[in-house]
Design a protein around this ligand. Structure first.
Ligand code: FE2
Length: 157
């Protein structure tokens, strides 16, 4: 049965908020990764990569806000501390200097992880009848898979 914020049980809200906090954490870590690469990329592909990495971190900054605000809309709390996000995120920070090709590979991997995490959160929301969270998770998941494709395309051919 379809549920909305006011009709979800406490158990359902807890499970959905946990899944969404996972999505927020991984989106935040990936946002920083894209901005780090936007700043530090070098080589002949600098122009388009600098721009693509910016497009990614700007999208993800909006995405993390939408996800966190959905948590608040179901009357739960968004984790707002970086340390907590880093410890739960399956996307890990990139350390040290990377070539442009390594940056593209790492970011593509992060986008794929996010696509999977968002798809899982959407499925969990669906199991609880929370179609509005499901819709947001599906939308965000699809965006991450689009960026994964755009990044991977650089490594082919
Ligand atoms: Fe910039």
């Amino acid at each position: 049965m379809t549920q909305t914020a006011s009709s979800l049980t406490t158990d359902a809200k807890t499970a959905i908020a946990d899944a969404l906090n996972q999505c927020v954490a991984e989106t935040v870590v990936t946002t920083m990764m894209a901005q780090n690469f936007h700043w530090n990329v070098e080589g002949m592909g600098f122009g388009p990569l600098h721009a693509l990495f910016q497009e990614i971190y700007e999208d993800h900054f909006t995405g993390q806000d939408d996800l966190a605000e959905r948590i608040r809309a179901i009357d739960m709390y968004a984790e707002g501390q970086l340390a907590g996000m880093l410890s739960r995120s399956k996307v890990t920070e990139s350390e040290g200097r990377k070539s442009a090709k390594e940056m593209i590979g790492l970011l593509a991997e992060a986008e794929e992880t996010l696509g999977s995490t968002l798809a899982g959160a959407g499925q969990l929301a669906a199991e609880h009848g929370d179609v509005l969270t499901e819709d947001l998770a599906i939308e965000r998941g699809r965006i991450h898979e689009k960026f994964a494709w755009m990044l991977r395309a650089h490594l082919r051919g």
